[in-house]
Design a protein around this ligand. Sequence first.
Ligand SMILES: NC(=O)c1ccc[n+]([C@@H]2O[C@H](COP(=O)([O-])OP(=O)(O)OC[C@H]3O[C@@H](n4cnc5c(N)ncnc54)[C@H](OP(=O)(O)O)[C@@H]3O)[C@@H](O)[C@H]2O)c1
Length: 398
Amino acid sequence: MDNLHNNPTEKGESTQLNRRKFLLAGAGAGVAAASLLPHVSVQEGQASTEGTGVANTHQTTDLGKRRLGALGVSSIGIGVQNMHRKYDTTVPYRPEMVSILREAFDRGITFFDSAEAYGPFENERILGEAIKPFRDKVRITSKFGWNIDPDTGERGPGLNSRPERIKRAVEGSLKRLQTDHIDLLYQHRVDPQVPIEDVAGAVKDLMAEGKVLHWGLSEPGMQTIRRAHAVLPLTAIQNEYSMATRDPEKDVIPLCEELGIGFVPWWPLDCQLLTGWHDANTRFATGDFRAITPRFSPENLAHNIKLVDLIKNWAARKQAAPAQIALAWLMAQKPWIVPIPGTTVMAHMQENIGSTEVRFTSAEITELNAAVRAIDVRGQRLPDRVLAYSGVEAPLRR
Ligand SMILES: NC(=O)c1ccc[n+]([C@@H]2O[C@H](COP(=O)([O-])OP(=O)(O)OC[C@H]3O[C@@H](n4cnc5c(N)ncnc54)[C@H](OP(=O)(O)O)[C@@H]3O)[C@@H](O)[C@H]2O)c1
């Protein structure tokens, strides 16, 4: 069990750049001074994303490796969800999104997170286009499970993880991702109508055909994790987890440790709160998901800024950006945790990668953990109607 959670390259990879040189390198690259760049293990200047990015021009830097179950990925990944539509409801410029994803690969990211439901469909198309030149060098994820018409993309009510629907969903995902396999396929939410053993059976069939290599669950119930893992070993659980949302520490993360399953935190920046971009006076427009999320209500935000202040203090202490502290904190919790921050801004992507260079001593992480735990973050992490889909147990087979 333990060897699944071993992280052989992580300890040996700390080719720490002199911090000052490092900051200067970031500034020279036109990035904000706090944006720490990862060390480069190919010749400087070799990697380029200019133009259309032909296959053999893409060379990746060494961002270290982590293991999610038996799947090796870069220490940090990237979430693609907002690349078709940002939380503030604006639509990003697509060629720029492709450039960001290619630059992310050039800088060492090999783990890209998408889903059928993002768009729906559009997000997978963007990811498929971006990674085409280096598909075989990266690990991509997708997710099935929301009730989305596979032909039209029209959203129906609730969920649908019936085996036939899973197989159709994956066929669509493969086309849009322009690939013949998905490295890690998640069930997006547990379907209360479908036994998890039936879901595993469909995924197993897809694995036998080589269309899916690993599988995982997002926001599942604890017994469902055990049952799923017993019939078809899980590679990762993807749940919301960050300095602001530490719920998985109670049960999911200990269970992952027990079973040798990797953990992928979504909303690792708590939807931008932890980056220091919000203050007590920030308000969200109609249509922005944060406008209906209790955590971000005016009264709760005013209180929760305490956590942001703590992060900013640590950012000053570690000569890093707040987002880097939030991501480095996640990676410091367990060597088999791989955050997938999302961004639509090149400089933010570069800054987020810089989090892999932030190191805490064991005394520092003990101090930081204690300080984080002392702050009671107020307001539910999601609106009721969305939270209702989390922690659901799949029915037993009759
Ligand atoms: N399994 C699930 O149910 C589920 C649910 C939600 C998300 N996810 C996955 O998790 C991924 C990450 O979640 P997320 O993107 O929603 O939330 P997130 O990573 O917590 O935060 C993203 C937000 O932070 C901003 N940001 C990112 N880096 C920044 C930086 N360095 N400085 C300042 N702002 C920064 C982004 O805005 P800019 O674009 O302006 O940088 C965006 O508004 C998604 O892409 C998706 O793949 C999964």
